[in-house]
Design a protein. Structure first.
Ligand code: G3H
Ligand code: 13P
Ligand code: ZN
Length: 340
């Protein structure tokens, strides 16, 4: 099956009331973990790579690994998505290298750190929409800002600062009209990385009401929740039990994500939980068998641990069981859709 644009998958998710995990990858084992989870749950998947991932792995490796995943899993629809593109050039190079979907994150300036202004965001996002839609590639934009992208800890907005950059529903409406994005990432108080909240979040800091308001105003726009790792206590405990030093922290509870999915959230970005699963599994092997030095002895359990997290999210978000139902369209076949 060919790789498909994000729009095709999210339209089906909206029609059928489910959400789809968008899972970050940097290497072969992470792609394999996602595909094993997809196979076991019959789920369509969004595999995404950040700028950092592209730099680490190289687009050619990513593209061929994802094409291998498609070849080996002919029943699983796959979207290959650029996470947090920072400029037209970054998005264009992803399109040129086989990505079927790109995020233009103009909520931050080109440095990927400092919040930008509306005019810049709308202009650069519209440019990306024009370039991408012309070749049938989907586009995600962002309004409001999350931050914490590069290292997930400290580089972006703090828990308090995140509250100052929440999405304004008026701006969200205008942004969708001005840009024509397929999917809209919103800022509701969460952030990237493990250190999102100092205690289990209440509606004071995790503004699910805002999602409901945005969905009321934009019922036909696919909403994206970034920073959606749940940072499970058991994964923190495993890491710390085997020599890690993670400070106590709280993520986005899965029930809150499910509430979002009932209110228009269709794409749910998760990276940190998988990083934690991998790290915990590797630490355990290193601690229990310090004599081991075959990478397969620790990358195998790491892959297995990530697969379990992916499976749990695929089931919880509702994408499980839908792989066979997606009306497959390639990017070329979407050109007319976007032109019309
Ligand atoms: O949005 C952030 C993702 O977790 C990717 O993180 O930029 O460290 O690859 P990264
Ligand atoms: P987490 O850090 O919560 O996993 O968020 C990932 C993300 O939003 C990627 O774009
Ligand atoms: Zn993100």
């Amino acid at each position: 099956m060919p790789l498909i644009p994000l729009r095709v998958l999210l339209d089906h998710a909206a029609e059928n009331g489910y959400g789809v995990a968008a899972l970050n990858v940097n290497n072969m084992e992470q792609i394999q973990a996602i595909m094993l989870a997809a196979q076991e749950t019959d789920s369509p998947v969004i595999i995404q790579a950040s700028r950092g991932a592209r730099k680490y792995s190289n687009d050619n490796y990513l593209r061929h690994l994802i094409l291998a995943a498609a070849e080996l899993n002919p029943t699983i629809p796959i979207v290959m998505h650029l996470d947090h593109g920072n400029s037209l050039a970054t998005c264009q190079s992803a399109i040129d290298n086989g990505f079927t979907s790109v995020m233009m994150d103009g909520s931050l300036s080109e440095d990927g750190k400092v919040p930008s202004d509306y005019a810049y965001n709308a202009e650069v996002t519209e440019q990306v929409v024009n370039a991408a839609h012309a070749v049938g590639v989907s586009v995600e934009g962002e309004i409001g800002a999350l931050g914490g992208i590069e290292d997930g800890h400290g580089a972006g907005l703090s828990e308090e600062e995140a509250q100052e950059h929440l999405t304004d529903p008026d701006q969200a409406e205008k942004f969708v009209a001005d840009t024509g994005v397929d999917a809209l990432a919103v800022a509701i108080g969460t952030s990237h990385g493990a250190y999102k909240f100092k205690k289990k979040p209440t509606g004071e800091v995790l503004k699910m009401d805002l999602i409901e308001e945005i969905h009321r105003r934009l019922p036909n726009t696919h909403i994206v929740m970034h920073g959606s790792s749940s940072v499970p206590q058991e994964l923190q405990d495993i890491i710390n039990q085997y020599g890690g030093q993670m400070a106590q922290t709280y993520g986005v509870p899965v029930e809150e994500i499910q509430r979002g999915i009932r209110n228009g959230v269709r794409k749910v970005n998760v990276d940190t939980d998988n990083r934690m699963a991998i790290t915990g599994a590797i630490r355990k092997v290193f601690s229990e068998t310090p004599e081991a030095f075959d990478p397969r002895k620790y990358l195998g359990p790491a892959r297995e641990a990530m697969k379990e997290v992916c499976k749990a999210r695929m089931i919880a978000f509702g994408q499980a069981g839908h792989a066979g139902e997606i009306p497959i369209k390639t990017c070329s076949e979407m050109i007319d859709f976007y032109a019309g």
